[in-house]
Design a protein around this ligand. Structure first.
Ligand code: ADP
Ligand code: ASP
Ligand code: MG
Length: 440
């Protein structure tokens, strides 16, 4: 294990020249901070859009041969403003001109992934010039297979490309290459994953994830005002919370660190002295029953009823296969003797709803089938819940007190997580009531 630290700076941390200067001083504060990963510039205020969203819009318009000057001007202005304020020579204008020309004349030659990736690419170029650091492109260095698993060759290549332990490196987040050499982005928020991969490949002693909050809070601060911060959370807990909606860290960034026991520290670029949250192995003891609550909206529940379903071997597998073949993955699937529920992402289901329903109708011949939309899933997570009698009763009691109807429950699959499905209109109220019950 080396004593280097990977530092990933998110969109708000690179939103303007002032933020760039904060980053420089953070890096100067600890010479072990040698590997820097950047996102694309994010919002400077709630009215603005992230540059990644503007890049996707520009591409969509260009593909339709429509005028993309609206989003494009905002992208251009932001990068030029940053370079001017930092007095950099930068070739950013030429790079922007080049991309604009392609969008205008040959949009079919490039992909949405390529255009979106330019957000991080250009930001990393500017950052490396500002810091006097080496720029290392993530393409084609970070290479993954069709399941987004990084190839072992790629881990070796990264270690080699970043092998000089005295150098400061800047790497763009969010993208890499597939095994055919196509540039591919991760899912949204994926610069966190790049940081985790580099920490693993370079055997860093720590992965610092710099953002706009002083660590993981027990609930989304936009829902629970003044939510307590968490000093320590295990890899397992953060994965459950991040996947369930605690968007401060991408859930897929945890595995590469966990594989080598590299701790992650979520820190605040705007308040670097705050301790933030440390993520590491499961602690022996926990003081609090729950560690955190997270949730997401936009789920649908496919309800299928058929008498004697329990006797029809393979019923569940066949239904899930029909969904799988149409690209729909499922979140939960509680079953009874004569019925099954499958909870899936609404947008994905609705794209293929007609075909899915027709095929289930034809192959499974259910007595009844219905899709319930506007479902939200809420995860209450914590090692402290294991073997703690009465936790579920307290949770459901809190929801009942607020007259919140629980549509679906899942506890068995992970003993550190209780998931409840509620109507979307009850989402915020449910999170607040669980928070108040356990944290007060
Ligand atoms: P970055 O651009 O730095 O990657 P993100 O916007 O992806 O930052 O993540 C930080 C944001 O995550 C916070 O500003 C906060 O609004 C949101 N968030 C959601 N849930 C939580 C939570 N449990 N704790 C902290 N922040 C959370
Ligand atoms: N810029 C990308 C996004 O907005 C990736 C990231 O910020 O992590 O999703
Ligand atoms: Mg993020």
């Amino acid at each position: 294990m080396s004593n280097r630290i990977v530092c990933k700076f998110g969109g708000s941390s690179v939103a303007d020249a002032t933020q760039f200067r904060k980053i420089k001083s953070i890096l100067e504060g600890n010479p072990e901070r040698k590997i820097v990963v950047v996102s694309a510039p994010g919002k400077r205020n709630s009215k603005e859009s992230k540059l990644t969203d503007l890049l996707y819009s520009s591409y969509d318009l260009a593909k339709k041969r429509l005028d993309f000057a609206g989003p494009w001007t905002l992208i251009r202005e932001r990068y030029i403003e940053i370079t001017q304020e930092l007095s950099l020579q930068s070739t950013i204008r030429e790079e922007l001109d080049e991309l604009e020309k392609i969008l205008l004349n040959k949009p079919d030659d490039i992909s949405a992934d390529f255009v979106a990736s330019r957000g991080e690419y250009l930001c990393a170029k500017i950052m490396s010039e500002f810091l006097g650091a080496k720029f290392i492109d993530a393409y084609p260095l970070i290479q993954f297979d069709s399941q987004y698993r990084i190839t072992s060759k790629s881990y070796e290549d990264i270690a080699f490309a970043l092998s000089d332990t005295d150098s400061l490196y800047v790497v763009p987040g969010f993208y890499g290459s597939d095994t055919l050499g196509n540039l591919k982005t991760f899912t949204r928020g994926g610069s966190d994953i790049t940081g985790g991969i580099l920490a693993n490949a370079c055997e860093c002693r720590l992965y610092e994830n710099w953002t706009d909050v002083s660590g993981l809070l027990m609930a989304d601060p936009r829902i629970v005002q003044g939510a307590h911060s968490i000093n320590y959370v295990s890899y397992r807990e953060i994965r459950e919370l991040a996947y369930s909606g605690a968007s401060v860290l991408h859930d897929e960034s945890i595995h590469p660190c966990r594989a080598k026991n590299i701790p992650i520290n979520i820190k605040n670029t705007n308040s670097p002295g705050d301790q933030g949250t440390i993520i590491g192995p499961t602690p022996e003891h926990t003081s609090c029953i729950i560690t955190g609550i997270a949730g997401r909206k936009d789920f649908s529940m496919l309800y299928i009823e058929k008498s004697m379903m329990n006797k029809e071997r393979g019923f569940g597998r066949k239904v899930l296969t029909i969904l799988e073949e149409r690209g729909v993955s499922y979140e939960l699937s509680p079953c009874g003797i004569d019925s099954m529920n499958v909870v899936v992402d609404s947008k994905t289901l609705h794209r293929v709803k007609t075909e899915v329903c027709a095929e289930i109708e034809q192959k499974m011949q259910p007595n009844k089938m219905k899709i319930f939309d506007n479902l939200a899933l809420i995860a209450t997570v914590g090692h402290g819940m294991v073997n703690q009698i009465g936790t579920a009763a307290r949770l459901f009691g809190a929801l009942a007190k607020e007259k919140i109807n629980v549509r679906i429950i899942d506890q068995g699959s992970s003993e550190i997580n209780i998931i409840v499905g509620v109507n979307e209109e009850d989402f915020e109220k449910a999170i607040v009531s669980i928070y108040n019950e356990f944290v007060g």
